[in-house]
Ligand binder design. Structure first.
Ligand code: SAM
Length: 223
């Protein structure tokens, strides 16, 4: 179970205005923002937003969460990147920061677009001190793949963002995390991301959030 969104997060109306027109389906963005907010560890926090898109998600934390700094990295910088977002371009494989540079890394709807998600995740692990928050999809087969591809086309094409994707099954996620040294995985499934007819067709079983807690006594990060 996820805790309720923290007190610092603005209410839905204000948050919707803050997120602006970056979202085709604002309800999804509001939910996503709330879920990720409740997974940020307590206290001051530096966040690496991997595949940050226009940077709006990280900007919420930087703006409203006390003591929070956010840095974004992207393979394709967008003209519509939000003002106030600090972001650099990278090659999608090597993260241009030293080991343990950030308390938290956020990887929201990115890994299914990465050509080598395991390699990217190892890099994210290397630069993260406390927790990696992964929001992504769960596919149970061909029909789910088609539904998720439709969602990616609807959500990403108009932004000029990447559409090509490989959606992982539960088993593939387990294998991916098992290959990562020194992390403890918590899985959050069946979280409402849509409502009404949309939820009926694109069920919440397609969405998943993982919190990967770095075991400080664990294996040293690989370079
Ligand atoms: C669906 S958007 C998600 C944007 C943002 N994280 C969010 O949740 O709003 C996926 C983003 O991942 C980026 N991307 C694709 N492959 C990537 C990779 N290998 N490494 C980092 N970002 C990647 C794309 O350029 C795109 O902006």
């Amino acid at each position: 179970m996820l805790e309720n969104p923290p007190a610092w997060l603005p209410g839905d109306d204000r948050l919707r205005r803050f997120l602006g027109d970056s979202a085709l389906y604002p309800f999804y963005r509001l939910k996503l923002t709330g879920y990720v907010s409740s997974l940020l560890p307590p206290g001051p926090c530096s966040i690496l937003d991997v595949g940050a898109g226009d940077g709006s998600l990280g900007l919420v934390f930087q703006t409203f969460r006390p003591g929070t700094t956010v840095f974004g990295i992207e393979v394709a910088l967008r003209a519509a990147t939000r003002q106030g977002v600090r972001m650099v371009r990278f090659d999608g494989r090597s993260i241009p920061f030293l080991d343990g540079s950030f308390d938290v890394s956020l990887v929201s709807n990115v890994l299914h677009h990465a050509s080598d998600p395991a390699a990217l995740l190892r890099e994210v692990r290397r630069v993260t001190r406390k927790r990696i928050i992964v929001k992504d999809h769960l596919s149970a087969g061909r029909l789910d793949d088609l539904k998720l591809a439709a969602l990616d086309v609807l959500g990403n094409l108009r932004l000029g963002a990447q559409v090509a994707a490989v959606y992982l099954t539960r088993q593939r996620w387990d294998e991916l995390f098992a290959s990562l040294p020194g992390v403890r995985v918590s899985t959050f499934e069946h979280l409402p991301f849509r409502r009404g007819l949309l939820e009926l067709f694109f069920s919440s079983s397609l969405e998943v959030i993982f919190a990967l807690d770095i075991d400080r006594r664990g294996t040293a990060p690989t370079a």
